[in-house]
Design a protein around this ligand. Structure first.
Ligand SMILES: [Zn+2]
Ligand SMILES: [Zn+2]
Length: 221
């Protein structure tokens, strides 16, 4: 049940949509490598996309290295086929990507499904979201906001809570302070990274990108 999945992940502090999409992308790569490395459909998809994107190549490597039951031969078999295709293309003078990374496509689909569930099962979702420690990342909040009247108010309370935790963490790290850090304060910096990172470059305004380019410049030179 999709709404039951959402309610369950709302008991954790991350973004419920991101958590479910991340779970989906990981299990998709695991299943490709564990059960389907010889599946012709998988070979076709990876040849059309010219392999996994950077994020999913890294994740595939992490999965192979951390799961003894997944044989690296699975990657070798898929990429041997891809290498031959690329060589073929190169001999014709051009390498073309015909489709996006298949895991990215799946993530997009999963994201849409869970966003739609969040909106359509709102009576179950509202209670779980209000009570639980989950905080929607900004990207998913902005996608849901136009469809859910109460969400703005609830999200403000969540961000206020996160702000208090960040402030508590900063203040109590001072040696003169006697306060004991709570678990929420200790993990607040990690939650903040997650909550404020969901908006990717394409969705930010141009001026935002320009600002960050100027910050990055010294490291690029
Ligand atoms: Zn999210
Ligand atoms: Zn990808």
């Amino acid at each position: 049940m999709l709404s039951a999945d959402l309610v369950r992940v709302m008991k954790a502090r991350g973004c419920p949509i991101c958590s479910l999409v991340e779970r989906g992308e990981r299990s998709f790569i695991e299943s490709v490598l564990y059960e389907h490395p010889l599946d012709p459909q998988v070979h076709i998809a990876l040849k059309r996309s010219l392999g996994f994107c950077r994020r999913h190549s890294d994740l595939a490597a992490e999965i192979v290295l951390s799961k003894p039951e997944i044989d690296p031969i699975a990657v070798a078999v898929l990429y041997e086929d891809l290498a031959r295709k690329v060589l073929d293309d190169l001999s014709g003078g051009e390498v073309r990507q015909e489709a996006p990374c298949p895991v990215c496509s799946l993530m997009k689909e999963l994201e849409d499904i869970y966003l739609r569930t969040f909106i359509s099962r709102v009576e179950v979702i509202r209670e779980a979201y209000e009570r639980g420690p989950a905080v929607l990342c900004l990207r998913h909040f902005l996608k849901l906001k136009p469809h859910i009247s109460w969400l703005n108010q609830v999200q403000m309370r969540k961000i206020e809570g996160l702000l208090r935790d960040l402030q508590g963490f900063i203040e109590k790290r001072d040696y003169s302070s006697r306060g004991k850090l709570t678990e929420e304060e200790l993990s607040s910096w990690r939650v903040a990274l997650k909550v404020f990172t969901g908006v990717d470059g394409r969705e930010r305004s141009g001026s935002f990108i320009e600002k960050f380019k100027s910050l990055l410049r010294p490291h690029l030179e």
